[in-house]
Design a protein around this ligand. Structure first.
Ligand SMILES: [Zn+2]
Length: 270
């Protein structure tokens, strides 16, 4: 069908050039429904400082264009805000006015940081740095026994900037996820889980199952378990399975049960 929206050469169509194909019609309807829905949510969110108003609902495509422009303004403002807050990352990188050393557990060199930032990012760090009346707060050093030097550096980089390079996430995602759990840093935990979900494959599924179990992330655990059942041969005959089974007998039992249920369901045509 000749479509005045998605045709590569719309000007060759006969006037009035206002016919559209089913895909464009459905796409337009979906976009209008989505923006009206998001508009409504924002209109009802009194705590959010936004210029989007719910009075524009159901005004069709004109409202969509207005909405997109407003979102672009909000995006620009948020980007400026991120850049403004990036001053913390610069203070960490340039080691300005440090007042605490974060020592890794592997006897590697300490990493200089700021008490106020650590306390603001994690209640656990705040408790460690606060005096609780019976124990003096650490003057100039805290030790993160479970992390090596590189992991401490990556943890601090994330606490200051809210982000990490792809290489660092890939290398340290499991230790950072455990640290996020231990020191109660939900944003880092979410960041690690999203990376694990995106990168789930036969070679890391057992690691992700183990981490999601220890951090009590049921949704990620089920995803990893289902993936393992679907790719049983690759996972079970890999060298990694033997040490995994020795270390995690309860998870090996759960894999066996999940596999059994999968076979049973397939046999019963579920
Ligand atoms: Zn079309």
């Amino acid at each position: 069908m000749d479509c005045s929206i998605c045709s590569a050469l719309p000007y060759i169509l006969r006037p009035p050039r206002n016919t559209i194909c089913g895909a464009c019609y459905e796409g337009a309807r979906s976009i209008i429904t989505l923006t009206n829905k998001l508009d409504g949510e924002k209109g009802s969110d009194k705590t959010r400082n936004t210029t989007v108003s719910s009075s524009n609902m159901t005004k069709g495509f004109a409202n969509v264009l207005k909405w997109v422009k407003e979102m672009k303004d909000i995006e620009d403002m948020l980007n400026e805000k991120i850049s403004y807050l990036g001053g913390f990352a610069a203070a960490f990188k340039d080691q300005i006015h440090n007042d605490i050393q974060v020592k890794p557990g592997d006897n590697g060199p300490s990493v200089p940081a700021h008490k106020a930032l650590l306390a603001s990012r994690s209640d656990i760090f705040r408790n460690i740095l606060d005096s609780d009346g019976c124990k003096a707060p650490p003057n100039d050093t805290i030790i993160l026994h479970e992390l090596n030097h590189e992991e401490v550096e990556s943890l601090l980089e994330f606490l200051y900037s809210g982000d990490l390079t792809k290489e660092k996430v890939e290398k340290h995602v499991y230790s950072l996820s455990i640290a996020a759990d231990k020191y109660d840093i939900p944003f880092l935990q979410k960041f690690c889980w999203q990376h694990m979900l995106r990168s789930l494959n036969s070679s890391n599924a057992l690691d992700i199952l183990e981490i999601s179990d220890s951090c009590s992330n049921q949704s990620l655990k089920e995803t990893a378990l289902n993936f393992i059942v679907r790719n049983m041969e690759d996972v079970v005959f890999a060298a990694r399975f033997d040490p995994f089974a020795a270390k995690n007998p309860h998870l090996t039992v759960q894999i066996t049960r999940a596999l059994f249920m999968d076979i049973k369901n397939k046999r019963n045509g579920v």
